[in-house]
Design a protein around this ligand. Structure first.
Ligand SMILES: Cc1cc2nc3c(=O)[nH]c(=O)nc-3n(C[C@H](O)[C@H](O)[C@H](O)COP(=O)(O)O)c2cc1C
Length: 220
């Protein structure tokens, strides 16, 4: 135990919270209360000036989910076809599994019991500064990730998705979202089947960390 935490548990949570697409249980209902519990935890995340500039749309109405899923598919399917073609052309192997999993989610999105759309209570101008952009996304993405961690630790899977945002306006009409608000993502939520999640392969820390100055690597 360190600082009162069981690191084997917290590190497992942090290293095995994966995008769940294939192993979403599409038949088991997700109670609203468990989603609200996870959102309560999510809201502990930081936001600029503690402004908490967010609203969270929890969509469990099958007709509304179907309309959002249709928008997602409209964006996803051409994108995926292009990604598959690019991977084949570049001779990249190992991407088929990810692309198949992505297709699976797209095909079944309307069946996922809950879709959560985190919204920022602000819109950026076309020429928004880096500072303003960082403020908007930085004030909501930590809470989205907290939400996904809280789901995972309760046996619920999710995935951070953004593809429906190519049709953000259409989704806003479906959901009655005002023009002053920015949709940030769409998080499909379902119980997962089988807990075999593992740490993913990532670039080693030595390759991505610089010390004190750009390109200066920490020594051994
Ligand atoms: C900003 C962002 C946008 C993403 N958009 C999508 C998406 O639209 N659809 C999808 O299936 N996954 C999406 N993902 C999930 C990534 O593909 C996934 O996190 C990545 O492949 C690593 O896999 P892992 O989450 O299982 O570790 C997105 C992730 C991020 C952070």
């Amino acid at each position: 135990m360190t600082a009162g935490f069981d690191l084997s548990q917290t590190d497992r949570l942090l290293t095995t919270t994966r995008s769940v697409r294939r192993r979403l249980d599409l038949t088991r209902p997700v109670e609203r209360e468990v989603v609200l519990d996870c959102l309560r935890i999510a809201l502990q995340a930081p936001s600029g000036g503690n402004s908490q500039p967010w609203r969270w749309l929890v969509v469990d109405d099958p007709a509304v989910r179907a309309r959002l899923a249709e928008l997602y598919r409209r964006s996803h399917d051409p994108y995926l076809a292009a990604s598959r073609a690019a991977a084949q052309q570049a001779g990249r192997t190992g991407v088929d599994r990810i692309l198949d999993s992505s297709q699976h989610l797209s095909d079944h999105l309307h069946e996922v019991p809950v879709l959560v759309v985190p919204c920022a209570l602000q819109r950026l101008p076309q020429d928004a500064s880096v500072f303003d952009t960082a403020g908007l996304y930085g004030s909501i993405v930590p809470a989205v990730w907290n939400f996904m961690l809280a789901l995972r630790s309760r046996g619920l899977g999710s995935a951070y998705t953004t593809l429906h945002l190519n049709y953000e306006r259409e989704a806003a009409e479906v959901l009655g979202i005002p023009e002053t608000v920015t949709q940030v993502a769409m998080i499909p939520v379902a119980w997962y089947t089988g807990d075999g999640f593992r740490p993913a392969r990532r670039r080693p820390v030595e390759q991505v960390v610089y010390l004190n100055r750009w390109r200066h690597k920490p020594g051994p």
